[in-house]
Design a protein around this ligand. Structure first.
Ligand SMILES: Nc1ncnc2c1ncn2[C@@H]1O[C@H](COP(=O)(O)OP(=O)(O)OP(=O)(O)O)[C@@H](O)[C@H]1O
Length: 307
C-alpha cells in the first residue's frame, strides 16, 4: 500500500504538488492521471525519495522510503527509462544492481526473460531503442520481486505489441496481490489497464475513483438517432419532453431517454429511422472536461499568445 499524506512540493515559485493525499491499494492497477505538468512525476519521485517534499510525506507499506531496509525488494520503480549507464550491457546493469542489493544472480535471467530481453542481454544499452530501454527499466523494477511497483508512463516508446505486453504484465502483477501504480496522460490507455484512478491537476486531487464510476459520472450519455426526417423526429421527441442536440452529419442526439422510448416514439409517429443507438462521450472527453481548468498549458492559450 502507498499512502500519500498532505504532500506538497514547491520548486521556487512553482507549486508542483499542493497538499495531495490519497492511498494506493494492493491487488489492483491504479492509474495516475493528469495533464502535462500536473505533478505526477514529482509525486512519484517523492515516493521513492528522489524528491524531498516541501511538506507532507509518502509511506510505502507504513514506512517512508528512507526507512526501508532493502528498498529494491520493497518498491520497484520505472521513472526515467533513459537514465542508464550506456557503456554496459543490460545483463551487467542488472547484475550490478542485484549484487549491491544482495539479490541472487539467477534473478537477473528471470527478469530478462520476463521482459523479453534475453536475446539482447549482452548488448550495450546505449544502442537500445526507447522500447528496449523501457523493457530494461521494467526488468530493473522487477529485480527485487517487490510488492509495490511504480511505473511512470511505461507505454512511452513501446510499439503495439509492447503496449499489449505491458498492459498484461501490469494486470498480472496486480493479480499477484502487488500494489501497481502507473501514470499516464491518456485516459483511454488507463481505461484499458487500470481498475482505479487517481486524477490530479495543478498538483491537487481531482478524483479518486474506480474506472467504472469515473466513466459513469463523467461521460455524457445520449441516444444517437439517424433519420432522413430529423426535424419531424425532433418535434416528436420535444413533444414527449425529450431534449435533443444536433449530432454529426445531420443526426440527432436525444438526451435522458432510453433507446426503447425513442424507437417507440418514432414508430408510433411514422418517422423513418436508420439508426437508434446508445452512446457515451469518449473517456478522453470526460478526462479533458474534468481537468479543463487545471491544464497548465492549453492549445487555445497558445493560440492567444501567438496572435
Ligand atoms: N526539478 C524541477 N525544477 C523546477 N520545476 C519543476 C521541476 N520538476 C517539475 N517542475 C515543475 O513542476 C510542475 C509539475 O511537474 P511534473 O513533471 O511533476 O508534472 P507531470 O504531471 O509529471 O507532467 P508530464 O506529464 O508533463 O510529465 C511543472 O510545472 C514543472 O514545470
Amino acid at each position: 500500500m502507498i499512502e500519500v499524506q498532505r504532500l506538497t512540493k514547491r520548486y521556487g515559485a512553482t507549486l508542483a504538488v499542493d497538499g495531495l493525499s490519497f492511498t494506493v491499494e494492493p491487488g489492483r492497477v491504479t492509474g495516475f492521471l493528469g495533464p502535462n505538468g500536473a505533478g505526477k512525476s514529482t509525486t512519484m519521485r517523492a515516493m521513492i525519495g528522489l524528491d524531498r517534499p516541501t511538506s507532507g510525506q509518502v509511506l510505502i507499506d507504513g514506512r517512508s522510503y528512507a526507512q526501508l531496509r532493502s528498498p529494491l525488494r520493497e518498491v520497484g520503480a520505472l521513472l526515467e527509462a533513459r537514465a542508464l549507464h550506456g557503456g554496459r550491457s543490460a545483463r551487467a546493469h542488472l547484475l550490478g544492481l542485484a549484487r549491491s542489493n544482495r539479490i541472487p544472480g539467477q534473478r537477473v535471467d528471470e527478469v530478462l526473460d520476463a521482459v523479453g530481453l534475453t536475446d539482447a542481454a549482452d548488448r550495450r544499452t546505449e544502442g537500445f531503442s526507447l522500447g528496449m530501454s523501457q523493457r530494461l527499466g521494467v526488468a530493473t523494477a522487477l529485480l527485487g520481486d517487490p510488492p509495490v511497483l511504480l511505473l511512470d508512463e511505461p507505454v512511452n516508446g513501446l510499439d503495439p505489441e509492447g503496449i499489449l505486453w505491458i498492459r498484461g504484465l501490469m494486470k498480472k502483477l496486480a493479480a499477484e496481490g502487488r500494489t501497481v501504480f502507473v501514470s499516464s496522460h491518456l485516459m483511454s490507455e488507463m481505461a484499458l489497464t487500470a481498475e482505479h484512478l487517481i486524477v490530479i491537476g495543478r498538483g491537487r486531487l481531482l478524483a479518486d475513483t474506480s474506472v467504472e464510476e469515473f466513466i459513469a459520472r463523467n461521460s455524457r450519455a445520449y441516444i444517437l438517432v439517424r433519420t432522413p426526417e430529423p426535424e419531424r423526429m425532433r418535434a416528436v421527441l420535444t413533444e414527449a419532453g425529450i431534449p435533443t442536440d444536433d449530432g454529426p452529419d445531420g443526426t440527432l442526439e436525444a438526451v435522458g431517454a432510453s433507446s426503447e422510448t425513442v424507437g417507440r416514439l418514432a414508430s408510433r409517429n411514422g418517422v423513418t429511422v436508420y439508426e437508434i443507438s446508445p452512446r457515451t462521450a469518449s473517456l478522453e472527453e470526460a478526462f479533458m472536461q474534468l481537468t479543463a481548468d487545471a491544464a497548465e498549458y492549453r492549445a487555445d492559450q497558445a493560440d492567444k499568445e501567438v496572435r
